[in-house]
Every structure is written in structure tokens, then in C-alpha cells.
Write a protein that binds this ligand. Structure first.
Ligand code: HEC
Ligand code: HEC
Ligand code: HEC
Ligand code: HEC
Ligand code: HEC
Length: 217
């Protein structure tokens, strides 16, 4: 499927900024107190790096703005796994060929796609989003409760080149699971099964699991 190339140097640089020097330590303590006041104990104990903004070049400049925006091709037409499995999946070239066997065949990029397809060679797309191996993230569970792709990935249908729009670190996952940043439509969906989430006295109670084992097993 997609090749794994996270631009290690970028990741390393991000991590470095969390290595405390003496000033950094003071800053971390202050930051920690603020975070703790906000109720983010786990976030305080486990600060983590983020690849927000990461936007690698792709072997073929595939544009979501053109396909998903202008031509309104549904996300699920290409990312077929997203409603039924853990992975969203990247489409194989036969999906592209559904259109490009006739559309824009004179383009050098489409020629490259056609040749790779004929040779049975997949395009080596560079991964944009990737959580560490010790994190479990199921797409299906989120999509089933009405969390929009854009809540986590930003306005992909306006992007010529996909970039990581949100932090996707533990604190970010937790804020939504705790009910603090949960979109209204998702709260409404969950309240069908658990009416308490719409009770005002229940505010900021978890709408999804905050148990360590839910995301780490
Ligand atoms: C539903 C039809 C459809 C599918 C499926 C589709 N495309 Fe396209 N694609 C288009 C249309 C329409 C254009 C714009 C053609 C034009 O500018 O005349 C386009 C343009 C492009 C271009 C720009 C070509 C150029 O030189 O201007 C690239 C690259 C491209 N598509 C790649 C892909 C890839 C890779 C896939 C599979 C992941 C794919 N397309 C799947 C319809 C599709
Ligand atoms: C015509 C096929 C097509 C459609 C429609 C499409 N995508 Fe994609 N998507 C791709 C391809 C091919 C890639 C890999 C290349 C890239 O990252 O640009 C990709 C990559 C992505 C990525 C980055 C994956 C990674 O490496 O982490 C996200 C997120 C994404 N798409 C979300 C969406 C969303 C949301 C929509 C609907 C608004 C959508 N896509 C519609 C083909 C498509
Ligand atoms: C709750 C947040 C969230 C929602 C909602 C979400 N994604 Fe993702 N997506 C992620 C995370 C986190 C990753 C990285 C997963 C990993 O590395 O294991 C990811 C990865 C991806 C990838 C890379 C391939 C893969 O399967 O890992 C694609 C493509 C993608 N998402 C498309 C979509 C589309 C399309 C939708 C909407 C139908 C969507 N996502 C909804 C958080 C989300
Ligand atoms: C915008 C809100 C939102 C974000 C952000 C989010 N989630 Fe979720 N998560 C949900 C909802 C809603 C559910 C479904 C709860 C249900 O089915 O009742 C869920 C369910 C889950 C489950 C299944 C829990 C169980 O009880 O089995 C896991 C695992 C999970 N999320 C992991 C993650 C991880 C990891 C991240 C960050 C990378 C993340 N989530 C980010 C809203 C979110
Ligand atoms: C809703 C999902 C979720 C829950 C619940 C969760 N985590 Fe995490 N955790 C993550 C994600 C995502 C990362 C990866 C963060 C990154 O790489 O930026 C992570 C990273 C970590 C790390 C590595 C820290 C680092 O700096 O990379 C530790 C340790 C950790 N979690 C412990 C815990 C403990 C202990 C709990 C229970 C109190 C817990 N987690 C609950 C999602 C979760």
C-alpha cells in the first residue's frame, strides 16, 4: 500500500524541543501546572511531540482540491476502508484508472500512472499521518459516531497537497474523548445510547473511553 517515510529529521527536531534545559525545565513546570489546572493530568505526565503541519511531497502531485473539491468525488470512493475497518486505506491504481483510462490521458503524470498500473507496480505514496505503533486508532468507530473526516484531517477538499492539520497527540485525542472538544452532532449521536451526555450536570464527562488500555494494548 503506502510506503512509510516520515521524514525522520523533522520528527527528531520536534522531539528535541521537549528535552529540557534549565530554562526549559522551569517552563515545563509552569506549563505543567497550567495543564494540570485544566484537568489534563495525563497530558502533563506524557507530553508528546506532534507532526502538525507535516506536508511531504508525493511521487505524483495528486490534488484533493481538484478531485474531492472541484469534482466532488466522495472520500469513501477512494478511501474504502474508512467506514468498515481500522484503516482508511489509500486507493490502488485501478481506482484511478476507472477515470484516467479516458480522462487527461495526454498528461505526463497520467502516463506514469498508466505505466505503473500496466506493470503492476504501486505508486509509493509518502505517509502523511502516522501514530506510533503502541497506539490503537480505529477509523470505523469514529466515522460510525459521525466524527467528520475534517474534524481530524482539516479541510482536505481544499488542499492541493495533504498536510497534517491537527496535533494528533495524546492530549488532542483525550480532549475529545473527555467531552471538551466533541462536535455537537457526535454528542447527539452518543446521547441516543447514553442519554446522560446531554444532561448539563454530566458536562465534561467522557463521551468515549479514557482508559489507557483503550488506546494502548
Ligand atoms: C472520478 C474520476 C477520477 C478518479 C477516480 C481519479 N481522477 Fe484524477 N482527475 C480527474 C479529472 C476530471 C481530472 C482533471 C482533468 C482535466 O484537467 O482536464 C483529473 C486530474 C488528475 C491529475 C492532473 C493531471 C494533469 O497533468 O493535469 C492527476 C495527477 C490525477 N488526476 C491523478 C489521479 C490519481 C493518482 C488518481 C487515483 C488515486 C485519480 N486521479 C483518480 C478525475 C478522476
Ligand atoms: C480520487 C481518489 C481520492 C479521493 C476522492 C480522496 N482521496 Fe484522500 N488520498 C488519495 C490518495 C491517492 C492519497 C495519497 C496521496 C496523498 O497523500 O496526497 C490520499 C491521501 C489522503 C490523506 C493522507 C493519508 C496519509 O498518508 O496520512 C488523507 C487524510 C485523505 N486522503 C483524506 C481524504 C478526505 C477527507 C477525502 C474527502 C474529502 C479524500 N481524501 C478524498 C485519494 C483520494
Ligand atoms: C477521530 C479522528 C479521525 C477521523 C474522524 C478520521 N481520521 Fe483518518 N486518520 C486519523 C489518524 C489518527 C490517522 C493515523 C492512523 C495511524 O497512523 O494509525 C489517520 C489516517 C488516515 C489515512 C492514512 C491511511 C490509514 O488508514 O492510516 C487516511 C487515508 C485517512 N485517515 C482518511 C480519512 C477519511 C477519508 C476520513 C473520513 C471518512 C477520516 N480519515 C476520518 C484520524 C481520523
Ligand atoms: C473529535 C473527537 C475524537 C477525537 C479527536 C478522537 N476520538 Fe476516539 N472516539 C471518539 C468517539 C465519538 C468514539 C466512539 C465512542 C463510542 O463508540 O461510543 C471514539 C472511540 C475510540 C476508541 C474505541 C474505544 C473503545 O471503547 O473501544 C478508540 C480506541 C479511540 N477512539 C482512539 C482514539 C485515538 C487514539 C485518538 C487520537 C489519535 C482519538 N480516538 C481521537 C471521538 C474522538
Ligand atoms: C484516546 C486515546 C488515548 C488514551 C485513552 C491514552 N493514550 Fe497515551 N497516547 C495516545 C497517543 C495518540 C499517543 C502518541 C502521541 C504522540 O506520538 O504524539 C500516546 C502516547 C503515550 C505515551 C508516550 C508519550 C510520548 O511522549 O510519546 C505514553 C507513556 C502514554 N501514552 C501513556 C498513557 C497512559 C498511562 C494512559 C492512561 C492514563 C494513556 N496513555 C491513555 C493516546 C491515548
Amino acid at each position: 500500500m503506502s510506503s512509510v517515510n516520515k521524514g525522520d529529521s523533522t520528527v527528531a527536531n520536534h522531539r528535541k524541543s521537549f528535552r529540557p534545559n534549565s530554562e526549559g525545565k522551569v517552563l515545563l513546570v509552569i506549563l505543567g501546572v497550567l495543564v494540570a489546572l485544566g484537568g489534563g493530568i495525563a497530558t502533563l505526565m506524557y507530553p508528546s511531540a506532534s507532526n502538525q503541519g507535516y506536508a511531504p511531497d508525493q511521487p505524483i502531485p495528486f490534488s484533493h482540491k481538484l478531485h474531492a473539491g472541484q469534482y466532488k468525488v466522495a472520500c469513501t470512493y477512494c478511501h474504502t476502508g474508512v467506514e468498515k475497518s481500522k484503516h482508511a486505506t489509500i486507493p490502488s491504481l485501478n481506482v484511478c484508472m476507472n477515470c484516467h483510462s479516458v480522462v487527461k490521458t495526454d498528461s505526463p503524470y497520467i502516463k506514469k500512472i498508466r505505466e505503473s498500473f500496466a506493470a503492476g507496480k504501486p505508486v509509493e505514496w509518502v505517509r502523511v499521518h502516522e501514530l506510533p505503533d503502541f497506539v490503537y486508532f480505529p477509523h470505523k468507530r469514529h466515522v460510525a459516531k459521525g466524527v467528520a473526516c475534517q474534524t481530524c484531517h482539516g479541510e482536505v477538499q481544499t488542499m492541493d497537497k495533504v498536510y497534517q492539520a491537527t496535533p494528533m497527540n495524546m492530549g488532542w485525542c483525550m480532549e475529545c474523548h473527555r467531552g471538551k472538544t466533541t462536535p455537537r452532532n457526535v454528542v447527539a449521536e452518543i446521547s441516543k445510547i447514553n442519554p446522560h451526555v446531554n444532561d448539563p450536570s454530566y458536562r465534561h464527562k467522557p463521551i468515549a473511553s479514557v482508559q489507557c488500555a483503550a488506546c494502548h494494548h
